[in-house]
Design a protein. Structure first.
Lengths: 250, 1036
């Protein structure tokens, strides 16, 4: 039906195609992996702010500056005014602080370089994790030891899910330096509130399943994650964080 | 049960009901020839060439070249781009990055105030909702209110004030912009007034309608201090017959506000009170629909009788729709009055003089029957008349409502619309002054007469020596003005507004003016007065000072927080019907004239109202609720009229190829416009209906050149109403973009309806349910057997119920969803290709004859099926089922196979054929909801049940130490906007929740239940308040 020439060409094209696919596949797998591209990202900041000095030595709590972290999805970088709370009296002449003073006096924001960045299609909520008493260090490493902040974790989906499935392996319990829950409810208050909670519709035909307790962090007393893929029920696993897609992607 | 005749079947478009095609035939043709004919699943042209769409002609070889080049580029750019974090210098009070703030404000749609709660993220407003405490909005909103947000971020808003001292280039456009400052323009105005004064002339400031007591007070102060300045109210939609009739009948120079919730029998004579053409539509729909949801336990509902010549949204929602010619509309009101007067003994002398000679015997019978129903419901009956109808019709309605005891506290008509006095006398004076050369300068204050006025007034205004324009856009009128100052959007300015029942609200800005050159209109008025007379209100630095001073004895902060300040408006002062004056007014009332056999009706558009915000693309793409047309206005005619204009053969062709229409030339004594012809079921023969709001020439990229300007067809007296018209064909082909037939459901039992009688009798079987395999008919509440594993919902299980009896099809949900979920606008050509992106659509089905069909609306959105057909076919698991019953769509996983859309029985999935967001111009990106991903080309999307709102509510519950979201704590965007409260949403696992209770209603049904896909969305059947034995109007 086909001439030999066509046959030969088809085969060559086919082989070349496979080769190309393999090359592209390998390159993207290794080349674009977050572990390769992002971990160790350590850009130079416009102001040589040292977390090691402020958090490590001065013991200023993370939440003094990143104060929106327990309320909001974002952990905001502080306004210049936060720096100036102290630096109107401390180190007022320091050359390193020239840009901060310039910002303050000329109402010009400092453009910090972003280190931890999730793709736009991922919704990560800081406050949820903080309120579950997951320490900053779980995802950011021990920032108080860093002179220049470096990305320590890949922040990839696999990495997120690993922890959602086996939090006991990864979660760093809340440390004093983070300041977790110092501003809002105590652990006991939250635990008590959850204990007191009765479903508003009582003991009906349908019995609600308790989804989470504070005491249970790191144990196996949680709902089973459910995710149907292609109509097939995925194996049930012990999970703390949700695993279904729309928990993070919408 | 309804007989299964052809007449009783549902149909969506003309070809289905045409002589030889039934729905069943459609279906079989579709199955056997797979789209070989016009009844195919997709609209003609849906499969057109990709190169055609993108406007590029990349060859296959070229494509591979580009592909490899981009791969090479990608390989060299492994490092991620640098992202900046830019915090503020001083921390802003109350603002936490990532958390929204909600502010109350008020929007005055003309003189109808709507209290709002606006959501702001990082200092920019992103979503508008109604304020539940406000009497008019009641927590809901309309498409118009939702879309007003996009106008704030419109890149086409003029940024610069300019002055060019009257110089115009040959093409009528101003030359190289002489950009200036607002102060210079104001100084030029002062100069112009001085010159005019010296010449014995004065200045006119033309204003639109407003609802602000403070603004009215300011204008009064300015007029007192500056006798050479006169303010004239000149709304684009001019229809003052209601106010004129009220003045004659009761001495009340205002329009009434009708509370439809207080009436059991409503007769609307050509009054489209539900559509966007009515400024109070949100209030009207809410009050009307509140009494439209009967159940077996409470089988009561109101009855709406619509008498009309065109097919309006209100007419399609009527229990009984009586078709009449335009001349018969007033006569119908007269006949009603005669009958009611003889039954009640009131208004006898007016009734005697009322002229109902235009009515046919059949219509007289109808009038008699309807009058009996009205009298029987005395005290809870009302007759309303379209604002465009002649004074006589309004006078008769006033007499009717007096006789029916509809006036007074606690009755249907208790209030009047603020600042709704008859503007016609003032406009007549203006015209006379202009003709007499008494006007030396004119300021167009957010009015656009060069677009909306009649030809004569346009010429007169152009002749005024000094012309200045204050406007959001550099519009048609700004083009002929010598000076221009941009105005601020209502979300950028301070002010106040009063609602009809006396509720006062503060208009609180959400954001400083995006354009520092702009100021609010009241601010400009104040500054203008202060420039003209420096000693005027020296202590008042801004309009905010003025408002605050007026509000000094209230708790300012508290009003800002709650959004309302309750005062009691006086009940409408209707002491007694002045019959002789009313009869005189009816006698002098203009008659509807015809030229030959045709008469034209011009009304405000449902989607565009007066055209002032036509540049909002959401309005352009919102389908008209009845015709489902987008991006155009058309000449709506009946099939018979189309055959008369175009010839039988062409009209017959239009039945099947309705999108490929042609332009007809419409000529009135006032102007000529070419409009595409559209065959609309339910139209009276000889009537041509079209809408205002289109045909802008100078507003912005979106609206320029879209549709035709129907203002040009109207004369001095009114810009809406019936006018004699001459029609001829042009044979110019024209394509209209409609969403009407896309995603056809092939005649399956997807809508259900019943009549009130059955509920009253307590019949269990309200409608015939679809047979479901494996389940007996009696056992219809049980789940049918399935081979799939039953899904276990352990926590929340989100579900929705939509009440088809409440839904009027207004489309507020569509725009609310668009705003909430960053849904793109695709443009006319893509809508024509069935590529519109709305996540929720409203299907419109007709039933019965093409002459006067019954209509039913059904909102259709992702049904979030338990065993979803889409999930089974996705090869990459981009669409999955959540433990809470959502059908999740993971955009970043989607590779765009579109298998899911093909397998979806409800046709609710939308594919991003192109990167619709690519051409967004600054500052339009600020309108995006930061909680929702902006989707890229090549991915599927669909309704998410507002998962971002669910997440937020669950976070709140967890923060409060609760396991579950309270019932009613989470509302979806469509539910929140719905003025009819037709949507219930909540946790269906909770037997006490509103949704569980609603689902127990006997009217509950599942669309396409026989597929056993188990949707989380169910519907309540529509109920019509007609006796089963009442003959249909058009048959009589």
């Amino acid at each position: 039906m086909f001439t030999q020439e066509v046959n030969k060409r088809t085969k060559t094209t086919f082989k070349a195609g496979i080769g190309l696919l393999l090359a592209v596949g390998l390159a993207s797998y290794f080349g674009f992996d977050n572990a390769v591209t992002d971990v160790g990202y350590r850009p130079e900041q416009p102001v040589p702010f040292s977390h090691k000095l402020h958090a490590g030595e001065m013991k200023i709590s993370c939440m003094y500056c990143h104060n929106s972290v327990e309320k909001s999805a974002h952990s905001a970088v502080p306004a210049t005014s936060t720096c100036m709370n102290c630096h109107t009296v401390v180190k007022t002449e320091s050359a390193k602080l020239a840009k901060v003073r310039d910002s303050w006096e000329n109402n010009k924001p400092i453009e910090w370089r972003r280190i931890h960045k999730l793709p736009d299609y991922v919704r990560f909520n800081h406050s949820r994790h903080i309120r579950a008493q997951i320490d900053c260090a779980s995802c950011h490493g021990e920032v108080e030891t860093m002179g220049v902040v470096t990305q320590m974790k890949p922040l990839s989906m696999g990495w997120c899910l690993d922890c959602h499935r086996n939090p006991q392996k990864y979660v760093v319990p809340a440390r004093e330096i983070s300041g977790i829950f110092t501003g809002t409810k105590t652990n006991e208050q939250v635990a008590q509130a959850i204990k007191n909670e009765q479903p508003s519709w009582g003991e009906g035909k349908w019995k609600p399943v308790r989804t989470k307790t504070v005491e249970a962090i790191g144990t196996s007393d949680h709902v089973l994650g459910q995710c149907q893929v292609a109509g097939v029920q995925m194996p049930k696993k012990l999970a703390l964080g949700p695993e279904n897609c729309s928990s993070c992607h919408y | 049960m309804v007989k299964n005749t052809t007449e009783q079947k549902y149909w969506k478009s003309l070809d289905e009901v045409s002589a030889n095609a039934s729905i069943a035939q459609d279906y079989h043709q579709y199955s056997s020839t797979a789209g070989a004919n016009s009844d195919a699943e997709f609209a003609a042209g849906a499969a057109s060439d990709a190169a055609d769409l993108t406007g590029t002609t990349v060859s296959r070889r070229g494509f591979v070249g580009i592909l490899s080049a981009s791969m090479a580029l990608a390989a060299t750019s492994c490092r991620r781009p640098d992202h900046k974090i830019v915090p503020t210098v001083k921390a802003v009070e109350y603002v936490t990055p990532g958390l929204p703030l909600h502010y109350t404000t008020v929007y005055a749609h003309g003189n109808a105030a709507h209290g709002l709660i606006v959501k702001s993220r990082e200092g920019r407003p992103v979503k508008i909702e109604g304020n539940p405490a406000h009497s008019a909005s009641g927590g809901s909103s309309s498409s118009w209110i939702q879309g007003s947000l996009l106008a704030l971020y419109d890149p086409d808003r003029m940024k610069h004030p300019y002055i060019n001292k009257g110089a115009t280039s040959p093409d009528g456009r101003r030359p190289a912009p002489g950009y200036s400052s607002p102060e210079t323009v104001l100084a030029a105005i002062a100069d112009a007034v001085k010159k005019a004064d010296a010449a014995g002339k004065s200045m006119r400031v033309l204003l639109g309608e407003h609802a602000s007591p403070s603004f009215a007070a300011l204008l009064k102060d300015v007029e007192t201090a500056l006798p050479q300045v006169k303010f004239v109210t000149m709304p684009a939609v001019r229809a003052s017959n209601a106010a004129a009739a009220n003045k004659a009948a009761f001495g009340v120079d205002a329009e009434f506000v009708v509370d439809y919730g207080k009436a059991d029998v409503i007769v609307a004579i050509d009054n489209d009170f539900m559509s966007g053409a009515d400024k109070n539509a949100v209030f009207n729909i809410r009050q009307f629909a509140a009494n439209r949801k009967p159940s077996l336990a409470k089988p009561t509902m109101n009855k709406l009788v619509a008498v009309e010549a065109r097919m309006s949204l209100t007419g399609t929602n009527a229990d009984e729709r009586i078709k009449a010619t335009p001349e018969q509309l007033t006569a119908f009101a007269a006949a009603l009055l005669k009958n009611v007067a003889s039954a009640s003994g009131k208004a006898a002398s007016l009734a005697a003089s009322a002229d109902d000679s235009a009515l046919s015997p059949a219509l007289k019978d109808h009038a008699k029957r309807v009058a009996t129903e009205l009298v029987a419901a005395k005290g809870k009956a009302i007759v309303t008349v379209g604002s465009h109808l002649p004074v006589a019709a309004h006078v008769y309605a006033n007499a009717l409502n007096t006789a029916l005891e509809a006036f007074g506290a606690g009755k249907a008509i208790a209030h009047q619309l603020p600042f709704s006095a008859d503007v016609a006398p003032d406009l007549d004076t203006l015209r006379a002054d202009l003709k007499a050369g008494k006007v030396g300068a004119v300021v167009f204050a957010e009015v656009n007469p060069m677009y909306s006025a009649d030809a004569e007034l346009k010429e007169l205004l152009k002749k005024v020596e000094h012309r200045f324009s204050f406007s959001l856009y550099e519009d048609e009128t700004s083009r002929i003005s010598t000076g221009f100052i941009p105005t601020a959007h209502y979300l950028e300015s301070w002010g106040d507004a009063v609602s009809f029942d006396g509720t006062l609200s503060l208009q609180q800005p959400l954001v400083a003016p995006l354009n520092p050159n702009s100021s609010s209109l009241p601010d400009l008025m104040l500054k203008m007065a202060q420039t003209l007379k420096p000693e005027f209100m020296t202590e008042t630095k801004s309009y905010l000072d003025f408002v605050r001073a007026r509000w000094s004895n209230t708790n300012w902060e508290e009003v800002l927080r709650s959004g309302i300040f309750k005062t009691e408006a006086a009940t409408v002062a209707v002491s007694g019907l002045n019959e002789s004056q009313a009869a005189q007014a009816a006698q002098q009332s203009a008659k509807i004239e015809r030229k030959g056999e045709y008469v034209l009706l011009v009304t405000p558009s449902h989607t565009h109202y007066d055209g002032s915000l036509s540049n909002v693309s959401w309005f352009q793409e919102l389908p008209d609720p009845v015709s489902k047309l987008t991006w155009d206005n058309a000449a709506f005619v009946s099939k018979n009229t189309a055959a008369k204009i175009l010839g039988d053969k062409r009209a017959e062709a239009l039945v099947t190829e309705y999108e490929k229409t042609e332009l007809i030339r419409v000529k009135t004594p006032h102007g000529v416009v070419e409009l595409p012809l559209w065959i609309q079921p339910g139209m009276e023969d000889g009537v041509i209906a079209t809408t205002l709001g289109f045909g802008r020439t100078d507003v912005g990229q979106v609206a320029n050149g879209v549709g035709a300007n129907a203002y040009a067809l109207m004369g001095a007296a009114q810009s809406v109403g019936y006018v004699a018209v001459d029609v001829e064909k042009t044979e110019k082909p024209y394509i209209l973009a409609t969403t009407q037939k896309h995603y056809d459901l092939m005649g399956r039992k997807i809508i259900q309806e019943t009549v009130l009688d059955k509920l009253k009798k307590g019949e269990k079987e309200l409608f015939e349910r679809e047979e479901v395999p494996g389940r007996s008919k009696e056992n219809y509440k049980a789940l049918p057997p399935t081979i799939m594993q039953n899904f276990e919902y352990k926590g929340h299980r989100w579900g929705m119920v939509i009440d088809l009896s409440g839904c009027v099809g207004c489309g507020a949900c569509i725009t609310a969803c668009q705003a909430e979920n960053n849904i793109p606008v695709v443009g006319k050509s893509h809508v024509a290709n069935a590529r519109e992106m709305h996540w929720i659509r409203i299907d419109r089905y007709y039933k019965g004859s093409i002459d006067n069909p019954e209509t039913i609306y059904q909102p259709m959105l992702c049904q979030h099926c338990e065993s979803a057909p889409c999930e089974n076919v996705c090869p990459v698991a981009a669409t999955t089922h959540s433990p809470e019953g959502l059908n999740e769509m993971t955009y970043n996983r989607c590779v765009g196979t579109k298998y899911c859309a093909n397998n979806c029985p409800y046709k609710v999935r939308r594919f991003n054929w192109l990167n619709w967001h690519k051409n967004k111009r600054t500052p339009m990106e600020f309108v995006y909801n930061p909680e929702v991903t902006v989707r890229m080309r090549g991915v599927m999307e669909k309704c998410s049940f507002c998962v971002q709102r669910l997440t937020e509510a669950k976070h709140k519950a967890k923060d409060d130490g609760r396991l579950f979201v309270h019932d009613g704590e989470v509302v979806t965007a469509c539910q929140q906007a719905c003025p009819a409260s037709a949507i219930t949403f909540g946790n269906s696992n909770d037997p006490e929740s509103a949704i569980s209770k609603t689902r127990n209603d006997e009217r509950n049904f599942v669309v396409l239940e026989e597929l056993n896909v188990r949707p989380q969305v169910t519907y309540l059947a529509k109920v019509r308040n007609v006796a089963e034995n009442v003959a249909k109007a058009e048959k009589a």
